[in-house]
Ligand binder design. Structure first.
Ligand code: UT7
Length: 332
């Protein structure tokens, strides 16, 4: 029997309309366009407005586009995984809410929290279900409404994040394309440097947690930066080595979009030409689980069947990893 490979057969994406610019942020906190552009590389980010709107609203739009583009009927989807750190509610899973909104019924569905590595963790999980023959059509969504956990009086975090979602369809193939390899890691020592302290079982919401602003993202940026550069570059270089890829074999690097300086350092270590690195941080900022699929969504037309692509991420946990794919279809 031939080996079953898992291949991405389509992408859908969605970013909300509202554009939050560096100029607008400069009127809210003590920051400047110059600081944000030179230290991080973000010009603007999208924000989801509207009472009662959550990550599922972003995710549902992305999945709707995905189903339409791939000609997939909702009833054909047998699994949906949503990577997010900003679920609509602690439970039920945002994957279930997205499924309901796009009319996917009776599919195996759950959320996965790998923070900024969430999309890679979810894609890896989905690929295993396809490769074993257990599932035939799996939707993997990265969706985060980061504006719901950002303190817009804290200049060290509010300039960094944005809202967005993107989704891919994973299907089986016997061709030598699709998901090839993954290196995924985590180390909980890093949990103190990037987290949201309250709202879970350790510190449930109380007047005190709200007064202490503990329902917002906390980040010790310098510490995270240092680990992000070395860990992300290590796994990206390792996956190239163990698959005998050198920079000339590579079509694209798709890095998590947290900081342009981190992206450049990783690309440098891999020896990849900057023109082969997908970068859209300037327009969307850090959308956590959505950054990597949003890049694939934007670059889809330029992708060719057989392109060697490495995805790489680093995020809260700490979690980090790399995935090597051979792209499955010519962009259209
Ligand atoms: O996606 C999940 C993983 N996250 C990451 O990978 C993020 C990793 N970290 C980073 O990207 C960077 O550390 C940041 C962009 C968060 C911060 O950049 P930095 O170059 O590391 O700045 P810093 O934290 O060392 O702060 C430098 C200075 C400080 O002032 P002092 O103490 O030197 O007087 C900050 O208070 O910049 C100040 N600062 C700002 N100034 C203007 C911090 N935020 C701002 C701001 N505008 N928005």
């Amino acid at each position: 029997m031939k080996k079953i490979n898992a291949v991405i057969t389509g992408i859908g994406g969605y970013v909300p309309e509202y554009v939050l610019t560096n100029e607008e942020l400069s009127a809210m906190v003590d920051t400047t366009d110059e600081w944000i552009m030179t230290r991080v590389g973000i010009k603007e980010r999208r924000i989801l407005k509207g009472e009662g709107k959550g990550s599922s609203d972003l995710g549902a739009k992305a999945v709707e586009e995905l189903l339409e583009k791939t000609g997939t009927k909702p009833e054909e989807v047998d699994m949906i995984i949503c990577a997010t750190v900003t679920p609509d509610h602690p439970f039920p899973a945002t994957a279930n809410i997205i499924a309901d909104k796009v009319n996917i019924r009776n599919a195996h569905g759950f959320d996965l929290n790998g923070a900024c590595s969430g999309f890679l963790y979810a894609l890896d999980t989905a690929a295993k279900f396809i490769e074993t023959g257990n599932k035939k059509k799996v939707v993997v969504v990265g969706a985060d409404k980061m504006s719901s956990i950002v303190d817009y009086t804290d200049r060290t975090t509010c300039v960094l994040f944005g809202d967005g979602a993107a989704a891919v369809l994973l299907e089986p193939t016997e061709e030598e394309i699709g998901f090839r390899d993954s290196i995924l890691k985590s180390d909980g020592f890093g949990r103190v440097y990037l987290n949201m302290k309250a709202g879970g079982s350790a510190y449930p919401a109380s007047h005190e947690t709200i007064d202490n602003k503990e329902h917002y993202v906390f980040q010790d940026g310098r510490h995270v930066f240092k680990h992000a550069v070395s860990n992300m570059a290590d796994v990206a270089v390792d996956i190239m080595k163990r698959n005998n890829l050198d920079s000339e074999d590579m079509a694209w690097l798709v890095p998590h979009q947290a900081n342009l300086r981190i992206i450049s350092a990783v690309a440098d270590r891999m020896g990849i030409d900057p023109k082969q690195v997908m970068i859209n941080i300037e327009k969307y900022g850090n959308t956590t689980a959505a950054t990597i699929p949003l890049c694939l969504w934007e670059w889809e037309k330029q992708l060719k069947k057989g392109d060697n692509i490495i995805l790489a991420s680093f995020g809260a946990g700490f979690t980090w990893g790399s995935i090597y794919l051979k792209w499955g279809y010519d962009g259209k």
